[in-house]
Design a protein around this ligand. Structure first.
Ligand SMILES: Cc1cc2nc3c(=O)[nH]c(=O)nc-3n(C[C@H](O)[C@H](O)[C@H](O)COP(=O)(O)O)c2cc1C
Length: 189
């Protein structure tokens, strides 16, 4: 059976452009066909700032929002994080969502679709890698990097159209992600 990929929209603010970028990537991932691909919106989980009294590795969750987020992350074999860059770093909604859980992330690979201005979000990716490796994840080198993202959106900021370089970076990233997802599967038990 195909491994399950969650493409996660990592910005949650009103007016965000993350969904436009993520919808495009999710379509490309489905067309690629290497995964059982699903689109996940962090905003749907409405996570408050981490409000669990016990360390997440104990999985003794008190709150319905944590249980729902835990079930989502546990179901995935691999992740693509669709991430903006805020102040040269990771968006707070993603940082919060990462810290909510522990074992659910372990031994899973993650790749990045990052976007922004001149940086294409790569400073956010660097900050996120630090957290991911502590969660025993494998963050990938292969990435989809989108500089000057607003130039590739329609007037309503709902539709993202990639240029040739960006479109060409999808398949190499997904192929590497599939290799790692399969290789790490025995460790996930
Ligand atoms: C708080 C904040 C900080 C930002 N910092 C950066 C930054 O450091 N680098 C960058 O390229 N863009 C930065 N931007 C611009 C974002 O790339 C742009 O607003 C983008 O739409 C954010 O993604 P989102 O709409 O999905 O939230 C920042 C935007 C916000 C709201």
């Amino acid at each position: 059976m195909a491994l399950r990929l969650h493409t996660v929209i990592c910005s949650t603010r009103p007016g965000r452009i993350g969904p436009a970028v993520a919808r495009w990537f999710h379509g490309a991932a489905r067309a690629h066909g290497g995964f059982d691909a699903h689109l996940v919106d962090l905003a749907d989980f409405d996570l408050p700032l981490l409000d669990e009294p016990e360390h997440p590795r104990l999985q003794n969750y008190r709150n319905a929002h944590t249980k729902a987020w835990s079930a989502s992350v546990a179901a995935a074999d691999a992740f693509v994080l669709v991430t903006p860059e805020y102040n040269y770093s990771a968006p707070p909604a993603l940082v919060n969502a990462l810290h909510y859980l522990s074992r659910e992330w372990n031994y899973k690979p993650a790749a990045f679709v990052s976007y922004g201005g001149i940086s294409g979000g790569i400073r956010a990716v660097q900050a996120e890698k630090l957290i991911l490796t502590t969660l025993k994840m494998v963050p990938l080198l292969e990435a989809v990097t989108i500089p000057w993202v607003t130039q590739l959106l329609d007037a309503e900021k709902k539709v993202f159209t990639p240029n040739e370089v960006i479109a060409g970076s999808v398949a190499p990233m997904l192929e590497e992600l599939a290799r790692w997802a399969a290789a790490l599967k025995p460790l996930r038990g």
